[in-house]
Design a protein around this ligand. Structure first.
Ligand code: PEP
Ligand code: MN
Length: 357
């Protein structure tokens, strides 16, 4: 084959590519017009019967060299791309995305502006056990200049025989203590039916890792006017996590704080594996505040401080950690809660890493 002939064939190919490009785009424009007509008539965009008959027509006409299966494959891709074109851009960009809203979401919770660039931490016991227990922790939280008090009243426990929490009584204790110490309460709700009831007692609804894809709970939290702290599911990808937040915002509630709390991996040295890079990814991809739960991610008291420093250094808006007056007798997570003196030095050491305007 002469050099000239090869050159000629290549030129042909280039010309055919350009013709195909024009034709594909012409087809796309026609598909868009069809989409508009269908929209007006409220007809569903995807029509599998019509797709099948187009494919049949093509394969009947096909006399090679491409096999029918290859032709079907190529055209199915073209159909799919055309269908995607018909979905308007609005639906493609998620409401939680930076693309949709470039500026940071700042959530005002009892005067504390979560997401404003200052650090806001959440501390408190794993479970609410008694008034005295919560009050002792609240006093320490207040003393070291923090504002958010956590405590589980509804506990999603791995074993049904473990302490399940005090329920409504737990919320009442939290509310009483928070009023006395002027703190904001963060507490987990596990049942969609309890969301409304909880509004009188708590300032932030926590949705736990085990419920990140409890879609009815996400919808219920999306329908109330109360900030939500959404934890990453233990085996959830970042995309699944973002979509869970989208469930909440799509129902009208955009006051969402994302919380990385470690994911399940093969590693056994820590309770979960803290996916620290999730923090800057979530900050880039969404406009929501992002925090790190150092207790449930590490499950180790000796790692709480280094993990918290890492979280702030990488851009988290705050950390969550569990504190108990006497961790050894705690009804849940006894091995990893801090006692009060340890808590005070934890906050002191973290202070140099924190932003306070
Ligand atoms: C909690 O914060 O009390 C809790 C149960 O955490 P997670 O849902 O992250 O396991
Ligand atoms: Mn816990």
């Amino acid at each position: 084959m002469s050099q000239n002939e090869l050159e000629q064939l290549r030129q042909n190919l280039d010309r055919i590519n350009m013709e195909l490009l024009d034709l594909i785009n012409e087809r796309a424009k026609t598909a868009q017009q069809i989409g508009k007509v269908k929209n007006k008539q409220s007809i569903k965009r995807f029509d599998p019967v019509r797709e099948r008959s187009m494919l049949d027509e093509l394969t009947q006409k096909n006399d090679g060299p491409f096999e029918n299966s290859t032709i079907e494959h190529i055209f199915k891709e073209i159909f799919k791309a055309s269908l995607e074109l018909q979905v308007d851009d609005h639906r493609k960009a998620l409401l939680v995305s930076r693309k949709m809203k470039p500026e940071d979401t700042v959530i005002d919770i009892k005067g504390e502006k979560f997401g404003d660039g200052n650090t806001h931490h959440i501390f408190g016991p794993c479970s609410v056990e008694s008034y005295d227990q919560v009050a002792e922790v609240a006093k320490a939280v207040k003393q070291n200049g923090n504002k958010f008090l956590r405590g589980g009243a509804f506990k999603p426990r791995t074993s049904p025989y473990d302490f399940q929490g005090l329920g409504l009584e737990g919320l009442q204790i939290l509310k009483k203590v928070a009023d006395e110490y002027d703190l904001a309460v963060v507490s987990e709700i596990v049942n969609p039916a309890d969301v409304e009831k909880a509004l009188d007692y708590i300032d932030v609804i926590q949705i736990g890792a085990r419920n990140m894809q409890n879609f009815e709970l996400l919808k219920a939290a999306g329908e109330v006017d109360k900030p939500v702290l959404l934890k990453r599911g233990m085996s959830a990808t970042i995309s699944e996590f973002i979509n869970a937040a989208e469930y909440i915002i799509s129902r009208g509630n955009g006051n969402i704080i994302l919380c990385e709390r470690g994911i399940r991996t093969y590693e056994k040295a820590t309770r979960n594996t803290l996916d620290i890079s999730a923090v800057p990814i979530l900050k880039q991809e969404t406009h929501l505040p992002v925090m790190v739960d150092v207790t449930h991610s590490t499950g180790r008291r000796d790692l709480l401080l280094p993990a918290a420093k890492a979280a702030l250094a990488i851009g988290a808006d705050g950390v969550m950690a569990e504190v108990h007056p006497d961790p050894a007798v705690a009804l849940s997570d006894a091995a990893q809660q801090m006692d009060i003196p340890t808590f005070h030095s934890f906050v002191d050491e973290l202070e140099t890493f924190s932003n306070r305007k």
